[in-house]
Design a protein around this ligand. Structure first.
Ligand code: SAH
Length: 346
């Protein structure tokens, strides 16, 4: 099959001035740019034909110009109100997005790639292989889709769905810019999570965004990290930590470290000691994530008391630490598992 490039790029991700220029190029008055902007970002128009304030004849000419919206392929509601979605993209690829509500927040967990090439040993997405990067509009669409489905404004975004955002930095940053500028989500409410790609954390710092950087550490020494994360072999822990220290210096913002807790693997007191010395002397925060079991490997989640022991070890060494329990487990366990289970079932 020959891939046909669309004549027009999808509009989602485009700013008001750009949309205004575009409508003027189509021979329309500038105010139609504002209307277009409101319809795609606020009213949820999925096609330009729906924009009833536009003249009929122009609307029919616009019918083939894509807005860039996905369709909901599957939706699973968990008992805690978390909703996991499988979204179908224009080329038929499927991605996972999650909406996580609390009384005062609606967080969206977005994907940055279809699949993921990093192949971390405990991650369901990694087991499924890599297909492609997401385009800017495909990241923005995930947030609009959750916002519309919940009929509530999204307050927070985490790039913790499928994929490694720093392998798709340009589109991830363009999406962050759009979400902030056009959908009104504060940069401080956005977290980008990365397993670490050489030089990319330093590069990210240069954009001077107000977002939170989360780094998936998962191990307190190089040998252990290599066992869990294949890319650690070519990107030593020492270099990763040194880039993170530079990030703090360049941005003045602290770095969050994620640490998936795997019983008997990375949760011993000696690991807490090593972790504490890695964190020494810089503004950081450790998020412990009790492992969500996946089918492909047989790691175990530590018991609550093992987790508390690890927390205590870290706190005694003055590490800022919290435990983050995953939400929506009954809708399907860990990241990437929903897509895996649905791909098998359908
Ligand atoms: N590639 C990015 C973002 C995607 S994963 C990254 O690695 O940070 C988001 C977080 O979920 C990461 O910290 C990841 O390690 C974690 N995660 C993946 N599989 C998990 C599992 N089975 N249980 C608990 N956390 C998991």
């Amino acid at each position: 099959m020959i891939a046909v490039e669309p004549a027009f790029k999808p509009l989602l991700g485009t700013s008001l001035p750009e949309l205004t220029d575009w409508v003027q190029q189509q021979g329309q008055p500038a105010y139609r740019g504002k209307q277009l902007y409101q319809w795609i970002y606020q009213k949820g128009a999925k096609s330009l034909e729906e924009i009833t304030v536009f003249p009929k004849q122009w609307r029919s000419q616009l019918a083939t110009i894509p807005v860039g919206r996905s369709t909901i392929h599957y939706r699973a509601v968990a008992s805690d109100g978390t909703i996991k979605y499988l979204l179908k993209l224009s080329d038929g690829q499927i991605i996972e997005t999650v909406g996580i509500p609390t009384h005062d927040r609606l967080t969206v967990c977005v994907s940055s790639q279809v699949g993921c090439p990093m192949a971390c040993d405990f991650c369901a997405t990694g087991k499924g292989g890599f297909f492609r990067n997401l385009e800017t509009h495909e990241i923005v669409d995930q947030v609009l889709t959750v916002q519309e489905d919940f009929q509530r404004r999204v307050s927070h975004i985490v790039f913790m769905g499928m994929g490694e955002p720093l392998l798709n930095t340009q589109n991830a940053i363009a999406a962050i810019t759009c979400l902030n500028r056009d959908i009104g989500i504060g940069q401080r409410m956005i977290t980008l999570s990365t397993v670490g790609i050489p030089n990319r954390i330093r590069q990210l710092a240069e954009y001077q965004l107000q977002i939170t950087l989360a780094v998936s550490l998962h191990a307190s020494n190089q040998t252990l990290r290599e066992q869990l994360i294949p890319s650690a072999k070519t990107y030593p822990l020492e270099s990763l930590i040194s880039e993170c220290r530079d990030y703090v210096k360049l941005t003045g913002r602290r770095v969050s470290f994620e640490y998936v807790m795997l019983s008997g693997v990375n949760d011993l007191p000696s690991h807490a000691t090593e972790l504490a010395s890695l964190m020494r002397g810089f503004q950081s925060h450790v998020n412990l994530i009790p492992y969500n079991p996946i089918n492909e490997v047989d790691y175990q989640r530590p018991s609550p008391s093992q987790i508390q022991d690890f927390v205590k070890e870290l706190e005694q060494r003055r590490v800022a630490v919290s435990v983050r329990y995953s939400r929506g487990l009954d809708a399907d366990a860990a990241c990437g598992q929903l897509r895996a289970s649905q791909t098998i079932n359908n």
